[in-house]
Design a protein around this ligand. Structure first.
Ligand SMILES: Cc1cc2nc3c(=O)[nH]c(=O)nc-3n(C[C@H](O)[C@H](O)[C@H](O)COP(=O)(O)OP(=O)(O)OC[C@H]3O[C@@H](n4cnc5c(N)ncnc54)[C@H](O)[C@@H]3O)c2cc1C
Length: 364
């Protein structure tokens, strides 16, 4: 059995491991456009079932790389009329674990190598290559993320639908006193509106922070001195973000390098047809605020593995995968739409209610 997987993120790597665990002699190649040394992204939070699935692959050497995040969550909102921030606490339903994305991918790459699959780096797969691979292999898997070329080539079969968020986000680091919990902060500034930060730890010392701004901020944040020559947030821009959040973050500082990006939610009607399957963000791009994207990608690869193990032929397996995947994704896609709606609507809510009532809503 010959299998080509496009993309060596969590979805592609987990899929290679799943396929090789079912077909011990399968010839599995992952084509990845990045260099082996490039791993974008900082820390991600994983759901308990994803940690369990990873542990099954024998993750003991990396055990200490997963940091259980306290279920107690801190929230702050401001400024109040006195210029202060109000604080509150909430409880998460589940215990997430934080992990550095590079560490997770290193483990998964090692597991791929142990499984006998190959990874070819610096292989940027074009539309033409996608068609060629589909014609020459038994199974082609598109695990090429939110902007999937595989999904684009077979758009008539997968039926993708997309929606852009109005807000934009930047993925940064948070330095200073370590966090052991999620921290959500909401600051309403003058005529611009709401800007928010979501921070969480991914090791005992390191935390990641995602800053999301409402549309009213866009013009200001795109002013020439707020961006550097390459379009990343400039030193001036970082200073201003730190000024806005300084009281709420309790002396911690936003650091790192990021552009402002707009989240696009894409969700396909089908996860597979003939001999092609989509896994991870290529199939359904889940909003970062759900904290589910990586876990669901790992889960989908496991579902594909189980479907292939049915032994009733590839077409039957992919039909099963399609049915299970579309069922599974329903809740996650709904949560993504809800997160987008809520975030895009929070600035107006905060303006109407003020910090205290906004915090009482409990959705903040
Ligand atoms: C700010 C932010 C915070 C997030 N936080 C969390 C979190 O806390 N928890 C969580 O679970 N999820 C989180 N996510 C979501 C998570 O990052 C994604 O859901 C997850 O990375 C999806 O994995 P993937 O393998 O499907 O896609 P990706 O990780 O995007 O991997 C796709 C791979 O395909 C490669 N590729 C793309 N096109 C081609 C091509 N043409 N040829 C060859 N290779 C190609 C890319 O280089 C990449 O390596 C967050 C996302 C963002 C943006």
């Amino acid at each position: 059995m010959k299998v080509t997987i496009v993309g060596a993120g969590s979805a592609g790597l987990s899929t290679a491991i799943a396929v090789r665990s079912v077909f011990k002699n399968a010839d599995v190649t992952i084509l990845e456009r990045a260099k082996e040394s490039e791993t974008p992204g900082l820390g991600v939070a994983l759901l308990p079932y994803a940690i369990q699935m990873i542990n099954v692959q024998g993750f003991p050497a990396y055990k200490d790389s997963f940091l259980p995040i306290s279920r107690v969550t801190e929230v702050f909102a401001g400024p109040t009329k006195t210029g202060e921030v109000l604080r509150d606490t909430r409880m998460q339903d589940v215990v997430y674990s934080g992990v550095k994305r590079a560490t997770l991918l290193t483990f998964l790459r090692e597991a791929v190598q142990r499984s006998g699959a190959r990874i070819e780096y610096e292989a940027d797969v074009s539309e033409e290559r996608v068609r060629r691979e589909q014609a020459s292999v038994d199974l082609l898997v598109g695990a090429d993320g939110a902007g999937s070329v595989v999904r684009g080539v077979f758009a008539d079969k997968f039926g993708p639908r997309g929606r852009d968020a109005k807000s934009r986000f930047a993925w940064l680091e948070l330095s200073g006193a370590p966090l052991d919990r999620f921290l959500f902060g909401y600051m309403y500034v003058g005529a611009r509106g709401l800007i928010r930060v979501t921070a969480y730890p991914y090791s005992r010392q390191q935390s990641t922070a995602i800053v999301t701004h409402s549309v009213g901020w866009e013009k200001h944040l795109d002013e020439p001195d707020m961006l550097d020559g390459e379009g990343y947030i400039s030193d001036r821009g970082m200073t201003e973000l730190n000024e806005v959040f300084s009281v709420g973050l309790g002396g911690r500082r936003l650091t790192g390098k990021s552009r402002w990006r707009r989240f696009k939610a894409t969700h396909c009607e089908h996860a597979a047809f003939d001999n092609v399957a989509l896994v991870g963000d290529a199939y359904a791009t889940l909003h970062y605020e759900t904290g589910w994207g990586t876990s669901v990608a790992i889960q989908e690869s496991s579902i594909l593995g189980h479907a292939l193990a049915r032994g009733k032929g590839l077409r039957d397996s992919l039909e099963t995968y399609d049915t299970k995947c579309t069922g599974l994704s329903h809740g996650a896609v709904t949560a993504t739409a809800k997160a987008m709606r809520e975030i895009d609507g929070q600035s107006a809510k905060f303006f109407q209610m003020g910090a205290a009532k906004f915090l009482k809503l409990g959705t903040a």
